[in-house]
Ligand binder design. Structure first.
Ligand SMILES: [Zn+2]
Length: 308
């Protein structure tokens, strides 16, 4: 599916079409009742504004309950039209440096608070299992590096006093031929860094890091370990560098500082998932990323409000 803006545009303006589009992605084999998991005798209830019956309502014959495609997803409990959800998802899947909540607020004509929740829910949809596949399989090269993010006290002094001004430490593991994984870590001690790396990286991988002591002895768990040493020969520097990890970190900082200005440590992991989503789907089209995010919306209902 190579959906571009023009192909997606009808879904941004017609609520019934928007819902049918979401349904086609969430229910590829047809509608499913979330109450009894039945697929038989499900009927669509016709939208009727006078009776306050909205688009997307279904009724299950066997269990007699009503449902929509939004149940159990990031969309559940939201009164924002699906057309606007789709626009927000498309905007976030298109912008390489991220989209701020105030940009979503202006573009969609919703409140800042609604835009903020929308953005966080969409980040949740972008989240993938960090253990979904090992990095550096078949003897690939995996770069590992850490960076410090945020922490300008003057920008966040009204926030949590304990963490105000503190920089968060982000550890990135990146397969040169494949995906990246990022983690917020409490420190850069050997035990911390290596405990994270071991289950995420294949034993056959060749590891490249800087000369930080936290990586000493990591070669015991992997095929080899090389450190970046700028005094070594040019040929060596062609292979043993951490340029991928460094450019990943510069993109991350540009998104966080340039677009969001400040991100609290509490919310940073969600922004990391968003950057990871973009990097890992960097060769996909904007439309393909949009479809991926929508599919990821399932099973991620957030408890911002009490469950009904
Ligand atoms: Zn049912």
């Amino acid at each position: 599916m190579t959906m571009n803006f023009a192909e997606l545009a009808p879904y941004f303006s017609d609520e019934a079409k928007a819902i049918e589009f979401i349904e086609s992605l969430m229910w590829p084999d047809g509608a499913v009742c979330p109450h009894c998991e039945g697929r038989e005798r499900l009927s669509r209830i016709k939208a009727n504004p006078e009776k306050r019956v909205r688009h997307g309502l279904w009724k299950c014959g066997p269990c007699r309950k009503q449902f929509t495609v939004k149940i159990g997803t990031i969309f559940e409990g939201s009164n924002i039209p699906m057309t606007k959800w789709l626009m927000a998802i498309y905007m976030m899947c298109t912008a390489k440096k991220g989209v701020s909540a105030s940009q979503i607020e202006r573009s969609l004509g919703i409140s800042y608070k609604a835009a903020w929740f929308l953005c966080h829910r969409i980040r949740e949809a972008m989240k993938r299992d960090p253990m979904r596949g090992l990095l550096g399989g078949d003897g690939g090269i995996v770069e590992i590096d850490e960076t410090y993010v945020g922490g300008k006290a003057r920008n966040n002094r009204h926030k949590n006093k304990k963490t105000a001004g503190q920089k968060a430490i982000v550890m990135t593991l990146i397969d040169r031929e494949g995906e990246a994984r990022t983690f917020m870590v409490p420190n850069t001690k050997k035990a911390t860094l290596q405990t994270i790396a071991r289950p995420v990286v294949s034993g056959s991988a060749h590891i490249v890091t800087d000369e930080h002591l936290g990586y000493h002895g990591i070669d015991k768990h992997f095929a080899s370990h090389h450190t970046v040493d700028h005094s070594k020969t040019y040929v060596r520097a062609l292979i043993f560098h951490t340029n991928f990890a460094e450019s990943y970190h510069s993109l991350l900082k540009r998104a966080i500082i340039g677009t969001h200005h400040h991100v609290s440590q509490k919310h940073l992991p969600r922004y990391l998932r968003e950057r990871e989503f973009h990097w890992n789907l960097r060769s996909a089209s904007d439309g393909e990323r949009t479809v991926e995010a929508i599919k990821g919306a399932a099973g991620k209902r957030l408890m911002y409000q009490k469950p009904v």
